[in-house]
Design a protein around this ligand. Structure first.
Ligand code: NDP
Length: 342
């Protein structure tokens, strides 16, 4: 199948590209600059040489019409995977730096497809648990989060902090996609992938571990000895491996039954304390690792039973996911840091 993948330079997109190429799809991926395209080329030389992989430059997804040219190809696209969206908290203007690229990026690509790429049958959008969780409910013991849940965040609340801004950017972008489907009745169906914290090996071009993607930063902190005296608070105790998230994107593009569904893709609960324990078990040579007695990073008082639960059955049944274990994910992630000079 001929597929357009946006944001090819990203952590999740690099794994998604990997799965697409292994499954024999023909891929065009968008990146912001030629320099970023060149780095992906170097990592995927044979696919580029054979013509299986090529590139389109889209400098800023927040611009109206940004994807007008990228969605047009010969042979024409049958599916689009839209992963590009800002995920970092280093922002001065929540509207401009987070909400606009997320929302305009999503509605923009859907408009461009409707207008200029009538052959597209499926659009898979990377959403997030951020669009599912209701932060006001806190640990919500007894609640089972599923595709039925929506984050009720308002525009006003979005502007309160970069963290709220990020969660709102994912919520508003996904809502805008479902609204587009409702109002515009395009030729294509959509599917959204809604992972919580994504961990796993880095395979995308990264100049320095200082520029590590947001969700893996806590594993690096543990491995670098930053949790010696106190383990950082976990925040959301739900995780998934990036290779399973990549598989989910590709399966959602391939499978008829994924049409017009959200997919809450996650492996299970975790705590930062457990990250520290796994790093210590497998990499005892690292300095300043947390001890059993080091405070912080644990589940709420009383353990997992005092924390919300989840239902990931749809992702198993329809997408066929078989989730990796936490230990494997953390060990492979740290090994990938070692390959980058840790
Ligand atoms: P990365 O930061 O590695 O990837 C983000 C991608 O989006 C990059 O390719 C980036 O391009 C691109 N991008 C961001 N802003 C713009 C913009 N204004 N114009 C063009 N491109 C832009 O993070 P992830 O791989 O983790 O994130 C990928 C997707 O997954 C996002 O939609 C994110 O919200 C979602 N997600 C991630 C989770 C996680 O835990 N990692 C959890 C749930 C959802 P560039 O490299 O040039 O900056």
């Amino acid at each position: 199948t001929r597929i357009l993948l946006t944001g090819g330079s990203g952590f999740i997109a690099a794994h998604t590209l990997d799965v697409l190429l292994k499954r024999g799809h023909s891929v065009v991926t968008t990146v912001r600059t030629q320099e970023k395209a060149d780095k992906i080329k170097a990592d995927n030389k044979s696919a580029v040489d054979s013509g299986q992989l090529s590139f389109a430059i889209v400098p800023d997804i927040a611009q109206e019409g940004a994807f007008d040219e990228a969605v047009v190809s010969d042979p024409p696209f049958e599916a689009v995977l839209h992963t590009a969206s800002p995920f970092h908290f280093n922002v001065t203007d929540v509207q401009k730096d987070l909400l606009d690229p997320a929302v305009i990026g999503t509605t923009g690509i859907l408009k461009s497809i409707k207008k200029s790429a009538p052959s597209v049958k499926r659009v898979v959008i990377t959403s997030s648990f951020a669009a599912i969780v209701n932060p006001g409910k806190g640990n919500w013991p007894g609640h089972v989060y599923s595709e039925e849940d929506w984050n009720p965040i308002t525009h006003e609340e979005a502007l309160e902090s970069p963290q709220a801004g990020y969660r709102a950017s994912k919520t508003f972008a996904e809502k805008a996609a479902w609204e587009f489907l409702d109002k515009e009745k395009p030729n294509f169906t959509i599917a959204t992938i809604n992972p919580p914290l994504v961990f796993g090996p880095i395979i995308h071009a990264l100049d320095s571990l200082e520029n590590l993607n947001t969700s893996n930063q806590r594993i690096l902190a543990a491995a670098q000895g930053k949790w010696k005296d106190e383990i950082a608070a976990t925040g959301v105790h739900l995780w998934v491996d990036v290779r399973d998230v990549a598989e989910a994107h590709v399966a959602a593009a391939e499978k008829e039954a994924a049409a017009n569904k959200r997919f809450f893709t996650l492996a299970g609960h975790f705590s930062n304390k457990e990250i520290g324990q796994i790093v210590k078990k497998h990499f005892p040579q690292f300095k300043d690792l947390p001890a059993e007695s080091t405070p912080g990073g644990d589940y709420p008082e009383g353990g997992i039973k005092n924390y919300f639960s989840f239902n990931n059955e749809r992702s198993v049944q329809i997408l066929g996911l078989r989730y990796k274990t936490f230990e494997e994910s953390i060990v492979d992630t740290v090994k990938s840091f070692q390959a980058k000079g840790l």
